[in-house]
Design a protein around this ligand. Sequence first.
Ligand SMILES: NC(=O)c1ccc[n+]([C@@H]2O[C@H](COP(=O)([O-])OP(=O)(O)OC[C@H]3O[C@@H](n4cnc5c(N)ncnc54)[C@H](OP(=O)(O)O)[C@@H]3O)[C@@H](O)[C@H]2O)c1
Length: 282
Amino acid sequence: MTSMIAFLGCGEMNEAIMAGLLEAGTAPEDVVATVRRAERVPGLASRYPGVRFISSEEEPEGNRSACEGAAVVVLGVKPGDTVGLARAIGPSLRPDAVVVSVAAALPLAQLEAALPQGQPVIRSMPNTPLKLGRGVVSLSPGSTCSPAQLQQARAVFEGSGTVVEVPEEQIALVSAISGSGPAYAYYLAEAMAAAGEELGLDRELSELLAQETVAGAGLMLGEPGATATALRNAMTGPETITSRAIAVFDGRDVPGIIAEGARATVKRTAEITALLGETALD
Ligand SMILES: NC(=O)c1ccc[n+]([C@@H]2O[C@H](COP(=O)([O-])OP(=O)(O)OC[C@H]3O[C@@H](n4cnc5c(N)ncnc54)[C@H](OP(=O)(O)O)[C@@H]3O)[C@@H](O)[C@H]2O)c1
């Protein structure tokens, strides 16, 4: 039995997972990845030497051949394309191959129904910092996934981030925090850069200060034992300069606004799940 890992779709998310896996030491010869457009292959092949890349434009059966013999198959196409892809690859899957879906909002039940009966399936919610080895991914195994198969899927992510297991009902909540979360951090950096400019700094300098500060604070948070509260408290004692900013944020209930934003993503996930359910009935 091989330990081949197939990434079907190699866009923003699957490329990040694959890059983290390779960075963590998996042999590129054990990895195969597919894309739709042929024009993407040369760039990917030069960034990841040794990985086999197939475009479905050039090889219409490419997704199926990528799955042949693979122990883990990661579905990284858009949520609306995932069920169709699962149906197409079914006949080529090893019966014990674990199919991991990264598709936001697509329920396990729909995925299981699209695959051969009994095929082990895991629904995941990764985030893009996996690319740099600092991602977070949640895994929710389906009913036919054995502990050993779950471990195989964990191994795909463990070198590139923190792996947590949650029941499927909590995936939208995980998505609200860690799936969408990188965008919240970038938004903060954008707002800080705009504030610097408003105070009178040059735009370029202000962007540099904001970007390096958010990136550096992220590294501080990643130190063993660090917590956001302890790090912030250390800077915001009474009468400190920084405490004045936090008082303004508290006065405008910034934590409440962030919670409202997170709730809005949960609602959007439910909307997409409903739409995907309607498509599945067609
Ligand atoms: N981006 C995130 O932060 C994030 C976070 C959590 C979950 N997700 C999930 O990740 C999945 C992918 O999102 P994304 O942002 O990575 O999208 P994306 O950048 O558009 O990537 C989609 C990939 O699928 C490929 N593709 C489409 N049809 C294909 C086919 N028939 N055969 C082979 N490859 C095909 C595309 O090929 P081309 O490269 O040729 O276009 C592309 O590489 C979604 O289900 C999303 O819900 C994303």
